[in-house]
Structures are given as C-alpha cells and as structure tokens.
Design a protein. Sequence first.
Lengths: 490, 128
Amino acid sequence: MSSEANLDQLIPAWLDLVRRSDVALGLAPQEALDRAERLLQDLRSSSSSLNGWKGDADEVEVLHALTAVVCRDQPPDPENALRDLEVVFTYISSLRWFADQYGGPGELLAYCAVHGWRLARQYSRWPETEKWRQRTCVYNESDKRVSRVLSILALGGEGLATELSVRDTGLLLCLYERIRSQVETSPFSVREYSEILYSFLQESWEGVELGDENHHFQGEFALTAGTASRFLFKMDVAEAWLRKAEESFSIAANAEPFLARVAYQRLALAVEQRKLDEVLDLSPRWAATFRRLDMIEEALKCRFLEGVSHAERGETVNAIEIHLPIIREAEEVGNTRLVALAAINLSQFFAELGKVEQALMYARKALPLLERLDSRVHLVKLQISMARLSQKQGQLPAALDAYQQALAKAAGLAARGDVAAIHLVIADVLLEMGQETEAEAEVRAALPIIDEEKMVPEGIAALSLLRESLRRRQIDKQALRDLHGYFQEK
Amino acid sequence: MSEHPGQGSQAARRARSRRVVGSASGASWAALEDFHRDFFLPLVWRATYRHGLSKEDARDIVQDAFVLAITELRADGNPRAWLNQVVDNLCANHRRKESRRTHLVSRWGLGDLAAEGLWEDVTEQDRE
C-alpha cells in the first residue's frame, strides 16, 4: 500500500524510473468502455453478481470507464440517467475494496454523487436532490479543503480564489453544508462567510460555462446569509438577503423547491416581526405546497410556525394541538432538531396553562437533544422556559440562576436583542427578590442595546422597571434623571 | 503494451530496484509498484475516461502533475485530492489547447502541415 507520507520520496523516484522505461497504462480505452457498457446492461437487469469481483486493475479500470459512461453531461433522458447512476453508485458502494488500492472507491462514488446531484437539482424532485447532495458530502474528500476555505473566510476572504474554484461543485456543496449547519451555533460567522461567498461567486462566474449552477449557489449562500441575519435579529438585512436568494433561484432550473425554502424563511421572519395574521394565513398553504413537493420536513416547519403564531396570540390550546402531531411526525422522519424545538414550545405552552408536570416532561425531552445538536440559540430559549417555570412556582433563586445561564449563552452568540430582554427579565426577578440595586444594574446593562437596536417595547419595560425600583427605594431621583438624559442625549 | 513495473522477472525486478534505489531518493521497487497501482493508474484513468484523453496524453499529464507535486504539494493537505485537482486542471488546459489548435487548422488550412508533423515547429506567435 502506498503511503501518502512517503510521497516526497516516491514521486522523484517514480519520475526518475519513468524517464528510463515505459510503464503499464492498463486496458485500451475502447475495450474498457465496451466492458463498462456490458456491465451497465447487467446492472440494469440485476444480473451482475458481486461474487465475481476480484478488484484487479482491469476491473477497477472498467469501473472508471463505467462512471464516465453514466456521468455524461446533458444526457437525453435525465430520469434514465439518474436510474443508471443509482445502480452504478449502489454497485460500487457494495464492492469490497482493500483500503485505497487503485485509489479506492471514494473518488468514483463522489463523481457519481456530484453528477446525480446536478441532474436531480435540474430535473428531479426534492428528496432525490437531497439524497445526492448528502452522498456528495459523505464521499467528497474535501474536509481539509473546506477547513482551509473557512480559515480564509475567517480572515475576511482575501485569497479565496487560491483554494476555491467555482467549477468545483463537490467542494461548494460540502462548504455550503458545513456553513449552513452552523447557522444556529455561530450565526454571526455564518452570515459573514455567506456574504463573502455570495460576492465571490458573483464575481468569479463570468466567462465560466456552468449553466445555471452559479445562480443556484448564489441563491443558497444568500438564503444562508438571510437565515443567519434572522437569527441575529437583523430583520431588514435578512429581508434583503432573502430577496437576493429569490432572484438567484428564480433564474435556475427546477426552482420551485428552492423558492419554497425562501418562502419558509420569510414566514419565520414574519413571526419575528409579529405579523401573525400573515403567518396564520400563509402557513397552511405553504405546508400543503411543501407536501406536494415531497418536502415533508419543511411542511412540518410551516405547521410549527403556525403553532407559534397561535401561541403569540394567546391561543395556547390551538398551539398545543398543532405541536403534538409535529413531534410525532418529526420523530418518524428522524428530524431531531424539529422534535427538540417542538418540545421546547410545548414545555412553554403547558407552563402557561399551569400544567407544570407536562411542561417539565417536554423540557426534559428537549434538553439532551439540544445539547447533542449543540444548538445554543435554542438552549437559551429552553433555559428561559425553565426559568419561567421556576418563577411561576415561586422558586426565585432557581429562576434567577436559569436566566443568568441563558444570558451568558445569549451573550456568547452576540444575540444582542435577547441579551437586552433577558437583562430586563432578570431585573424583574431581582425586584421580586427585593434586590433593587442589582435590578437597576441589570436595567442599565440593557439600555445601550435597547437604544442601539431601537427596541421600543423593551425600552418602555426598562423605564417601568427603573421607576418601580426607585419607587420601592423612594430615592435617588438623580438615577431617573440620568436615565431620561441617556435617551434624550441619544 | 508497455511493461508494468510488476510484470518483470524477479531478477529483472531486483536489478531495476537496485538502479532505482541507487539513483532516485531511496524508494524500493515494491513501494514504486504500489505507487503505480494506487496513484499513477487511478490518475491516468481519471484523465482518460473523465476528460477523454488518449492513454499517452493522460500519462504525460499525470507525469506533469507529479512534477508540480515535488514543489507544490503541501504536507498539511490531502495529496490524493490535490493530485486529482491538478490533473483535472491540466486536462482542461490540454483540451483548450487542442480545441484552439483544431480551430486554427480548419481556419487556415494547415492540415498538411499538421499531418507532416511540422505543426510543432510553428511558433505560438505565428499561430496567433
């Protein structure tokens, strides 16, 4: 077995050898292609057996020829081409290889997977596209390159072209997958990276003939930037990125599932902006559209937003009725994240109805799932929910502790809106505990954020809390004057 | 067909091995056979079947990739992925060059020149 560690010695020795003697190049290409065609016929009719596979040079070369046969650009019948890709992918992945002999099967499988994704995205349905995308990320040997691209992005993106080519679909898919998976844990970095990549793609595609793939990837990175902006409570920025995503996807082929994903983000944004009537009107319709497109998880997420909107309007029983089947169906399709989010919400809803046992049951269900997913945004939410439960039960020190943990996590996420709101809630608990001075300190910590982020309801709450604090202590009018002065100066 | 590094007699292999070991960086014959199997051949197949090159052009391109690797290959990367990428780029350049050459031959009627093998003597400047 060739050791990759010895390449610095092997390559010069190899070049030296080849200068003085010929080396074997394998089969004649036409013979390999003929054998590949015969193998493909056998695979189509399920008459090829794995038992005869020896894994010698000729057989592996025929597999290379076979992948070239099934990965032709612009096949006349994309559906048949996808079927061929499926049988070849399944066949190669079930062969027994001795480690990386003849390069191993990974490269062949990655080649099939990228072609499968390209065809499926343009001509097939969402689950097919997703299947090939996931396969690409499993078999593409891009881990180290993705890490290097991320390091460049972390430094502002200078020199990105040395590591990233717009022609490298496999790398772009893996990069997109890695960045998207961090949207909840590191929304700030995700937004920054996505913005850089969007601009990079926009500038680099000129003169490169790749059909509509450029528009597709621009759409994906714009959508990720929009989602991350929503997590960071930058609503206007999120809206602008979602518009860019829509524009890019609209130009690409087979755009409906991708445009629907933008529509879902718009709905989620509408929830944040408290446009609840709009969400209640559109969610069931989009859920039906997602089911028509075989996008079951997205359909469940729409119902989730519908449930949240009911809850925001104080219709807690309706919210519970919608959430219960979401948990069941999300478990069926294996979407752990959605199970966890629905469980957090159910915990809050039952708490509001005073059903503490059920509230705790769903909180306990959510906690390990969120920790496994390292979903810090939602861990903040869960800790707030558990703090509220403690507060309701009159366990103020426990409530204070849980709110402070939530505050530390929110601060780590740079979620400034959440940080300000949690400071105010902590101030409220401290007032209940008779700790007016500490409560004032919490309100003062929230004020600059409330001002910068123009959080009007939170500003009113801050003033009320401060007034209450001063009334209880019957003192220090100067503090109140200072606070008024703070807003007037600004 | 050219001789495979692993196809010769034991004595011949030992003789070659000594020659290689003596002249090139201390790599053993067995290691070179493995290198031929695990790196050289997969790259030649990649260039042949994915990029449509003849076996001989594929071999030359893979050799060019190895020459580049001596100075450019990074210790912290994935050498196989790097070599694949370099071979892909070199194949794309090769095909662009071929396509430009075909276009010029058909435009300027240089078929006879090409057939007689004189094409290579025409300078790049003349061709443009």
